[in-house]
Design a protein. Structure first.
Length: 163
């Protein structure tokens, strides 16, 4: 499940790069008559989905998530200067930043709310882990700080594991 969401996140970023930098006649459109409301929905919605997907894929790696989501919003908008029939506008970049922030915040709120089983399925990276003995599950007498550090180390190791 994690690989599917991971693939969706990176494909979403590639699609947004294409949609942002493609000549106007190749760009996908929501409607024939693009009003300011439809453009606002496109910008906020697209980067909201991007922020949500990256937050689900890389939980607790907010620095990386923000660099990818916010950096791509600004960079893609700036790169439109070099596309002949496109124009870079500050308001478009702001709309994309707001959408990305909403997606990141929404996923950050949603992940802990999901049932523990559903969260573990999304975050498991497809590997089955046996249930831990009760002495390990309750922390084995370790302090909450030690348990948190241990969990962070485990997450870092999982992030470094190949595919």
């Amino acid at each position: 499940m994690h690989k599917l969401v991971l693939t969706a996140a990176w494909c979403c970023l590639l699609f947004l790069a294409f949609a942002t930098l493609a000549p106007l006649h190749l760009r996908p459109q929501m409607t024939d008559a693009e009003t300011w409301v439809s453009v606002l929905i496109e910008h906020v919605g697209a980067f909201g989905v991007l922020g949500l997907l990256f937050t689900v894929c890389y939980p607790r790696r907010y620095g990386f998530i923000c660099v990818v989501v916010f950096g791509s919003a600004v960079l893609l908008e700036l790169l439109q200067v070099f596309v002949p029939d496109r124009d870079a506008r500050i308001i478009d970049a702001v709309e994309k930043l707001v959408g990305g922030a909403a997606g990141i915040a929404g996923a950050s709120w949603l992940l802990p709310v999901l049932s523990p089983r559903m969260s573990s399925v999304i975050l498991s990276r497809g590997k089955q882990r046996p249930a831990a003995p009760a002495s390990v599950r309750d922390g084995g007498g370790r302090s909450p700080q030690v348990l948190e550090q241990h969990e962070e180390r485990r997450e870092q190791q999982r992030c470094r594991e190949p595919g």
